[in-house]
Design a binder for this molecule. Structure first.
Ligand code: ATP
Length: 260
């Protein structure tokens, strides 16, 4: 069984010679959630863009390496064709259509499906996110931040993907809503056996729900391991979680901070 995602030796540059990633290796086993952690500007979003084919829209280019989604290279495909291969990228900032109703936002996302969406697919979304059901006729622009994030996730699910890329689902949301959203993500993941790559600044919530994690710093993977290993790593805690002084060995690591 191929991995949901297999990234090998990936290097990416943006126009103007900005090198954003160096030799990144990353794997997601089918049906698992993997967290991508790291500070602002580390390169997390760039990894998602390279996987979903959106680099070109940002004047970025893969300089070396390969990306395989369920064993297949999608690098030659434009983003709208990539979604038909079961990959959905929920970009940072939610990106719902504010002038359209909740329901029309969901309908618009069905373009990405290989087959027409049955009515039950919408009912399923409203079952996962009852608040969206209650507001189905309301304009998306009037939803709260948390509800817009739910709608962005609903749009991903209605597209019927196998691999979902989530860019900072917790951004700007209150802790209670963040927990609620991650609970629903975990439920959907388990029920649909989805594979998920989630970028998060909120490391503690991501490590609670993901099974594996990668820490990115200055365009490189500086640490990888099980969520538990990363959570308990002293290096991680000093580096990123704002914890105490680090003396211990990191979790399975690529020699953390060697380049700095
Ligand atoms: P954040 O959490 O702030 O989104 P990130 O870890 O996702 O950070 P990226 O957005 O991937 O980081 O950025 C990695 C590097 O690439 C940064 O140096 C950034 O300035 C640069 N970069 C990102 N997008 C572009 C772009 N469209 N054009 C030029 N440089 C870019």
């Amino acid at each position: 069984m191929p991995n949901a995602l297999e990234v090998r030796n990936l290097s990416v540059s943006y126009r103007g010679g900005i090198e954003a990633l160096w030799s990144v290796d990353l794997d997601i086993e089918q049906g698992t959630m993997v967290a991508l952690l790291g500070a602002n500007g580390a390169g997390k979003t760039t990894i998602l863009r390279a996987v979903s084919g959106m680099l070109g829209l940002e004047q970025g280019r893969i300089m070396a390496g390969t990306v395989r989604v369920f064993g297949e290279s999608l690098q030659h495909l434009p983003p709208h064709k990539v979604v038909r291969h079961g990959l959905f990228h929920v970009r940072e900032g939610r990106h719902v259509f504010g002038e359209m109703s909740v329901e029309d936002n969901l309908i618009a996302a069905t373009y990405a499906r290989a087959s027409k969406a049955p009515t039950s697919a919408f009912d399923e979304i409203y079952e996962y996110f009852p608040r969206l059901g209650e507001r189905r006729k309301q304009l998306a622009g009037y939803l709260s931040g948390g509800e817009q994030q739910m709608l962005a996730l609903g749009r991903a699910i209605i597209a019927d993907p196998r691999l979902v890329l989530l860019d900072e689902p917790s951004l700007g949301l209150a802790p209670k809503i963040i927990r609620e959203i991650f609970e629903i993500i975990a439920r959907i993941q388990a029920e649909k056996r989805l594979s998920i790559l989630v970028v998060e600044q909120n490391a503690s919530i991501a490590l609670k729900y993901a099974s594996q994690a990668y820490v990115i710093q200055n365009g490189r993977v500086v640490m990888q391991g099980s969520a538990r290993e990363i959570q308990s790593s002293e290096t991680m805690s000093a580096l990123y979680l704002g914890g105490g002084v680090s003396h211990g060995a990191p979790a399975r690591t690529e020699q953390v901070l060697e380049a700095h």
